[in-house]
Design a binder for this molecule. Structure first.
Ligand SMILES: C[S@@+](CC[C@H](N)C(=O)[O-])C[C@H]1O[C@@H](n2cnc3c(N)ncnc32)[C@H](O)[C@@H]1O
Length: 267
């Protein structure tokens, strides 16, 4: 999604790109630095997961001269996004904000974008954001590390670029880690199988948090065995994180939906 905000930048900087973390969804989880920088650009390039309220903050800075015709909502490939950043960043006095959900450096493809900007000799700065795992854990009161229980924290992606479940991190779950799986909904049953094959206790607690900090937030809990059932039921359409590990049991999960509905357990 690329939105042109103002015809000219209100800063002396030449061709500058900010890679900004927009946080997990709630607008007030944006950092003060990100908020300040959102007042700088003349072009903002943002992911579909970045809430409109956050994008609107950029448009709300005076003078609010964004024209409706300047808004272009287009789904782009990563190469096309890199090309947009380079093209926009090369304009004289350009100020480009690349706004990403959560933190740009956590499963945010910032690596590719930084490489493209470096290759184009464009200056840039990365502005961290609250990654969704931290916000989801905070809302559900799940301690991601816990003395004597969880001494390691793993942020894993559910699948690699080819769609395969990544094997490498499965072993980490045994060292008393809390594993947070991003982008894991469609591969939940394979993630569960991979961890079980690797020997993780089938009773290991699991929580799934959909749409953390957003309207429609949903919390689901169960065990590693139950995780195989996730993804087969109705899809809320919101982004989802899977948290696995003994520390998860310490969360405030009393009101969570069961991963395996009681009627299925009885059957
Ligand atoms: C491409 S990754 C981007 C991660 C992002 N850079 C971050 O730091 O949170 C998208 C995945 O992040 C997770 N995600 C992002 N926002 C979320 C939210 N509000 N609630 C739950 N999961 C979220 C989901 O696993 C989603 O599939």
């Amino acid at each position: 999604l690329a939105t042109r905000l103002r015809p000219r930048l209100k800063t002396a900087r030449q061709g500058f790109v900010w890679l900004v973390g927009a946080g997990p969804g709630a607008a007030d989880l944006l950092t003060l630095r990100a908020q300040r920088i959102l007042h700088e650009p003349d072009v903002i390039v943002h992911d579909a997961l970045v809430p409109e309220a956050v994008v609107a903050m950029a448009a709300a800075t005076p003078p609010a001269s964004m024209s409706a015709s300047a808004r272009a909502a287009i789904r782009q490939s990563q190469d096309e996004i890199n090309a947009i950043l380079v093209r926009e960043g090369r304009r004289p006095e350009a100020g480009v904000v690349r706004l990403k959900c959560g933190d740009p450096l956590v499963f945010g493809r910032a690596g590719e974008e930084m490489a493209a900007l470096r290759a184009a000799a464009l200056s840039f700065e990365v502005v961290p954001g609250v990654t969704s795992a931290l916000a989801a854990a905070a809302e559900a009161e799940i301690p991601l590390t816990l003395r004597g229980t969880a001494s390691t924290l793993v942020f894993a992606t559910g699948q690699d670029a080819a769609g395969d479940v990544l094997p490498d991190w499965a072993g980490l779950a045994f060292s008393g880690a809390t594993v947070v799986v991003y982008m894991g909904r469609s591969v939940a049953s394979r993630v569960a199988a991979r961890l079980a094959e690797a020997g993780l206790n089938p009773a290991t607690p699991v929580a799934i948090i959909e749409s953390a900090t957003l309207p429609g937030r949903r919390v689901i809990s169960g065990s590693l065995t139950d995780l195989a059932a996730y993804g087969s039921g109705p899809d809320s359409g919101g982004p989802a994180l899977i948290l696995i590990g003994d520390a998860v049991a310490q969360g405030a999960l009393g009101a969570a939906e069961p991963l395996v509905p009681a009627r299925e357990l009885a059957a």
